[in-house]
Write a protein that binds this ligand. Structure first.
Ligand code: PGH
Ligand code: CA
Ligand code: ZN
Length: 308
């Protein structure tokens, strides 16, 4: 059943657990994610970026999401627009049937971000759709970074308080030192948990962690064993994910882990049988690999067995 994003995240916020928000670009990713949610009895957020929408067509994105949510009608599922860049993009998603949208104007000055977010919130709430916004920039933080530099890229808790109050946004992504992709930290992994706790205290709404892929050892191994290269890659350690949930994160955006797990299997099969050209022989193990990652993550984040 497709539900409003806030239905899922308000419960997670009150009970103090995290819900994985998993990106998909095709049937295979979506199918694997749903199978995992079914096995874990977990609520679910599935999300499509503007790039994914361009790739599949918005009717296909919404159509597949609805079919899968009917197939697994006991699972509460929200369909979320990941990193919407404009009011129009959010508007289109709302009209097409998304139940949650992100307006990402965090690279604009505070006032502009606030103004645009408030405008999206007004339009979305009219249709019963919830909204996510972002404050700060997604960037790794290092030990030798100065306090001033940190303040320039990471979320400012006082600003977050004002932003949430004035925009009436439903959930907020505060930049605390993560980044997208497979190369998150140059040195030791580092996140600003203090800042996160302060944002939670001052806003008291569901918070979102972007760039939350962990690149677990066995996923890295499978990618390397298949002949892939992940030199210099580093994800968010599991302990950090748990710590961030304690600090108030409720939506945990995960894409890279699924891509790596899937592609490792596709390459393995391609290497093992050069005569193979049945797509299903590549994609079936790919789906199993994603399912395993998602299932584990749901248990780690605490959303398993939270369907009531
Ligand atoms: C993400 C995904 N999507 O919005 O934040 O992050 O690259 O760590 O999976 P990863
Ligand atoms: Ca951003
Ligand atoms: Zn993101």
């Amino acid at each position: 059943m497709l539900v409003v994003g806030s239905d899922i995240l308000q419960k997670a916020h009150k009970e103090g657990y995290g819900v994985g928000a998993f990106n998909f670009v095709n049937f295979e990713m979506l199918n694997a994610i749903f199978e995992a949610a079914d096995e874990a009895s977990s609520p679910l957020i599935i999300q499509a970026s503007e790039g994914a929408i361009k790739y599949m067509g918005i009717d296909m994105v919404v159509g597949m999401a609805k079919i899968m949510s009917n197939r697994y009608s006991h699972i509460p599922v929200a369909l979320h627009l990941d990193h919407g860049t404009t009011f129009e993009s959010c508007q289109k998603a709302i009209e097409a049937g998304f139940t949650s949208v992100m307006i990402d104007a965090s690279h604009h000055p505070f006032e502009e971000n606030l103004e645009l977010t408030a405008k999206v919130v007004e339009a979305a709430h009219k249709e019963g759709v919830s909204v996510e916004a972002e404050l700060g920039r997604l960037m790794g933080i290092e030990d030798n970074i100065s306090v001033d530099e940190k303040d320039a890229v990471l979320v400012n808790p006082k600003e977050a308080e004002i932003f949430v109050r004035e925009s009436k946004v439903d959930y907020l992504a505060p930049a605390i030192g993560t980044s997208h992709g497979a190369f998150k930290f140059k040195g030791e992994p580092k996140l600003d948990f203090k800042r996160l706790q302060e944002v939670k205290r001052l806003t008291n709404i569901p918070l979102v962690l972007h760039g939350a892929s962990a690149i677990p050892d066995y996923v890295r191994e499978s990618f390397l064993n298949s002949g892939g290269d992940l030199k210099g890659s580093k994800g968010v350690p599991f302990e950090f994910l748990q710590e961030s949930i304690k600090g108030g994160i409720n939506k945990v955006n995960t894409d890279t882990d699924l891509r790596i797990a899937f592609m490792a299997e596709v390459r393995r099969v391609a290497n093992e049988d050069k005569t193979q050209f049945d797509l299903r022989k590549f994609f079936t193990p790919g789906m199993q690999a994603i399912k395993k990652v998602v299932l584990e993550r749901m248990h780690l984040l605490g959303s398993a067995n939270k369907i009531s």
